[in-house]
Design a protein. Sequence first.
Length: 338
Amino acid sequence: MPTAEEKLIVAVDIGGTKVAAGLVDPNGKVLRKLRAPMVARRTAAEGLQAVFDAVDGVFRDRRAKRATAIGVSVAGWIDSKRGVLLKAANIPCWRDFPLADEIEKRYGLPVRLGNDANTAALAEAAWGAGAKYDSVFYVTLGTGIGSGFVVHKEIIAGPTGAAGEGGHMSIDFRGPLCGCGKRGCIELYASGTAIAKRARAQVTNRAGRRSEILALAGGKLDAVTSEIVFKAAIDGDKTANSIVHQAVECLAIWLGNIVDLLEPEVIVFGGGLGQRMLSHEHLIRQAWETWAINPRREQVEMVAARYGSESALVGAAALCMRRSQVWKPRKSAKSANH
């Protein structure tokens, strides 16, 4: 068997349109990485073959002979104890699908399965921006909002691995209806999708017509993105600044609840909008004077994620590198159902 220093992990990150696979060393360094298209709206077998195609590419690297496990990160609701993907909005080909078992059968290596936001949190806590802290809250801000909480390098994800769905915590029970079925989820106020939607609505009314947002989008309303809104705000556009400040305040309310509930040592900001939101740290802390009652709220640090788009991939590897380096047998989906 390889020593701890030689141990490598094959990591897989599955999304709705792509599969990323890589070879990761014990220091969280990606030694090899490749991408393959994901066929999420075809059959379960075709979706699985897309994963195999990506992983096969990694195993063509001679160093992959030293791999001792496979870690898998996937968007959606998972049962990590059984290695089952319960459901995922952007991967409809799988429902109650024994993903870990299927991968184990093909490659003969133990497989660990985790939600992508949780694995990203683990990557940042293990080797990234949160490595020096004992308790790390990770938030990814992009098209949607995801989160994960890690204590002493272990994901706090509940008995099945489905906990940590922070993006669908409500900050207004009378708010708009979310696609998840709840009302007023933070994702409806502070995600990139929410910011762009609010901007498109405002630039069509009289007050927002003087905004440069639409001009930056080439005059096309459907081309307005959150990135354009932030750029216009930096340029001093009043409408854009109002939209950004509203999103930051909503994020601050949500994070204030997180601080009061979990009291993390650090909040790590990831995703495409993470750095932009973090640039408004002073507004978040100002809002916490109202929305966080924890007396040590000012000691909670805020930092930018290290791994960026590779966070879930690296986190998939981290699933397989527990502090004890001891594997616990995973009850298979088949045996769990009998």
